[in-house]
Design a binder for this molecule. Structure first.
Ligand code: AQP
Length: 354
């Protein structure tokens, strides 16, 4: 019985300074997965256009995300690093998925509702169809695993829905062309062309929260720079932001259950755990009962020790844009070859003469 070979895919939008949430929710996991899996990491520049069409600095932002990938430890030779628009098969498959997915599915997406706000009629069609392009990004490589932050969980579920509907709508053609792969869906063994991709969300900080409000996600678009730690922040700025981070007046609890109902404390403990590759339990075993005045300096020191080498290396890499462009061109070529193989099958399954 043939099976899908494990393959990791994930992407980051070139839409502003990367922050600790992007690092812990995504990039740090990208780095760790390289040891055990083949990985494809993408700067998703086509996604950047969905919320705002014109970006004066899209090229520089794309290079900056690439530099962050490499500085964090992604190996572009052993794996693949490229920018999405270099591989037009993403957009081609997204169109097909636009015809597979239902408008109702898109309308239910929390990210669309948040980003479109009250004036939904005026949001771009691209913003509505964002998850369809995301499904295409993943499935054009028939990727089996996607490391993401918790905010992307819903989009990953939709990717599975799209894969499942395609597999079932075209089941006869897939079987006729012998292009199916057997897989388990619940208790049932089915034959399909696309895998039902698994999200990789686990870890102690799947959703890093704002340093100013523990109930809000840390995000690039928050107006307050104090709400996030940027990967480009220097040591003094990181320490200042952690010192000013909102907390409650109680000391850290004696066990993890004591973090319930204390979002800011929970967030800082989760950040410490993720940065030191430990569990929250282990962090609480060390710091339980201590005041924030003792915990925050330890967190600052840890954050600086992890992030500073990355920002120094990012700056070094950004001094050589030709090198970065070379990485993206090489990655694009290798990604394109895999994507074209998938699209040949998909065109045949659908009946597009090509
Ligand atoms: N706060 C977060 N905690 C954990 N993971 C996060 N990610 C983003 N924010 C957090 C993860 O980072 C990856 C790249 O995300 P993206 O390129 O889609 O960027 P984004 O989600 O648009 O980033 P922001 O800061 O959240 O942007 P805005 O301000 O526009 O909403 C993804 O894996 C994401 O889960």
């Amino acid at each position: 019985m043939s099976e899908f070979s494990p393959l990791v895919f994930s992407g980051v939008q070139p839409t502003g300074n990367l922050h600790l949430g992007n690092y812990l929710g995504a990039i740090r996991k990208f780095v760790a997965l390289q040891a055990s899996r083949n990985c494809i990491y993408c700067v998703v520049d086509l996604h950047a256009m969905t919320a705002q069409l014109v970006h004066e600095d899209l090229e520089d932002q794309t290079r900056a995300i690439t530099a962050a990938f490499l500085a964090a430890g992604i190996d572009p030779k052993a794996h693949i690093v490229f920018n999405q628009s270099r591989v037009p098969q993403h957009a081609e498959l997204a169109w097909i998925f636009n015809c597979v997915a239902r408008i109702g599915w898109m309308n239910r997406m929390t990210q669309f509702k948040d980003k479109a706000g009250k004036d939904r009629e005026n949001a771009s069609l691209g913003l509505l169809a964002y998850p369809s392009l995301m499904a295409a990004d993943i499935l054009v490589y028939r990727a089996t695993h996607v490391p993401v932050g918790d905010d992307q969980k819903q989009h990953l579920e939709l990717t599975r829905d799209i894969a499942q509907k395609f597999n079932s709508d075209f089941s006869a053609r897939i079987a006729k062309l012998s292009l199916g792969v057997e897989m388990m869906v619940g208790e049932e063994r089915v034959n399909g062309y696309f895998p039902l991709t698994e999200p990789l969300i686990e870890g102690p900080a799947p959703r890093v929260m704002s340093l100013r409000d523990g109930t809000k996600k840390m995000s690039k678009s928050d107006v307050s720079d104090l709400s996030r730690i940027n990967l480009t922040d220097d040591a003094d700025t990181i320490s200042k932001k952690i010192r000013k981070a909102k907390t409650d007046p109680e000391p850290l609890p004696g066990d993890v259950e004591g973090l319930a109902g204390r979002p800011e404390a929970d967030n800082l403990v989760g950040i410490y755990a993720a940065l030191s590759d430990r569990s929250k339990e282990e962090v609480i075993a060390e710091f339980g009962g201590r005041q924030f005045s003792a915990f925050k300096p330890a967190l600052s020191e840890l954050a600086v020790s992890v992030l500073s080498p990355i920002s120094v290396q990012m700056r070094r890499l950004l001094d050589d844009p030709a090198y970065i462009d070379g990485v993206l061109a090489d990655g694009g070529e290798r990604a394109g070859a895999i994507a074209e193989k998938t699209m040949k099958d998909v065109r045949a399954i659908i009946g597009l003469l090509a």
